[in-house]
Design a protein. Structure first.
Length: 239
């Protein structure tokens, strides 16, 4: 019975259901005795690995146009065993740690102490710069320690809000520019020649750039929210 329920829950990936809901279902199965502790950990690891792979797969096919144009940073999520953990002296209060996870260099800073030691299994999320992952949040799956998720939650909310504002502002500007062009032509105040179209073309390009930037921020906010939800569920299900 336990194995049948385990297979039933693990067949749902992040593309079909929220990973937070899936982890909550696994916790209930564990608490009811339908899943052993080992089965629960195995299923949880499969879901978290699938979540990480989903986020990373957005960039593995090659840099998106937004990333190439540096409109949004390249989101990175790494999960694995921490190695070469080093405390980096910094000028600001708090702690900065440099480590390797799965062969990838990661840096993370926090106003509080970072509880990560070599050999711990960790999940970190942030963005990539000059070949290094600059993590903004972490979860130590070995000890249960994790960064303040409030910062991550505030970050994705800001990204989504600003992204939506930018997207709609750009779309409204595109429509307004087109409407003004049509009104000028109907009023007979529009002069012939390609030069007359230049201001409108520039306005449309600027509006399109704003909309594209807003879309990029919304995309980044969505990916950040996915990681936040997964980490929140993971942290709550370690209890």
């Amino acid at each position: 019975m336990a194995r049948a329920d385990h297979n039933n829950t693990s067949r749902y990936g992040p593309n079909q259901m929220s990973i937070a809901i899936e982890l909550e279902k696994l916790k209930k199965l564990r608490d009811s005795g339908d899943l052993t502790a080992a089965q629960f950990e195995q299923a949880k690891n499969q879901l978290l690995d699938a979540c990480v792979s989903k986020i990373e797969s957005s960039y593995k096919a090659g840099p998106t146009r937004r990333v190439r144009l540096q409109l949004v940073p390249s989101v990175r999520v790494v999960r694995g065993v921490a190695q070469n953990v080093r405390v980096v002296p910094g000028k600001q209060a708090g702690q900065s740690v440099s480590l390797d996870v799965g062969g990838r260099p990661v840096d993370i800073s926090s106003s509080a102490s970072l509880e990560v030691d070599a050999g711990d299994r960790v999940t970190l999320a942030g963005y990539e710069r000059n070949g290094r992952v600059l993590a903004v949040a972490y979860h130590n799956e070995t000890t249960g320690a994790h960064s303040d998720l409030g910062r991550l939650r505030k970050g994705y909310r800001v990204l989504l809000a600003v992204g939506q504002i930018g997207l709609w502002a750009g779309l409204v500007a595109i429509l307004a520019t087109g409407l003004i062009l049509v009104l000028h032509r109907q009023a007979g105040t529009f002069t012939a020649g390609l030069r007359a179209y230049a201001p409108y073309a520039l306005a449309l390009l600027a509006a399109a750039a704003v909309a594209h930037f807003g879309l990029g921020l919304s995309f980044l906010g969505k990916k950040t929210k996915e990681f936040h939800d997964a980490m929140s569920a993971s942290v709550s299900n370690t209890d």
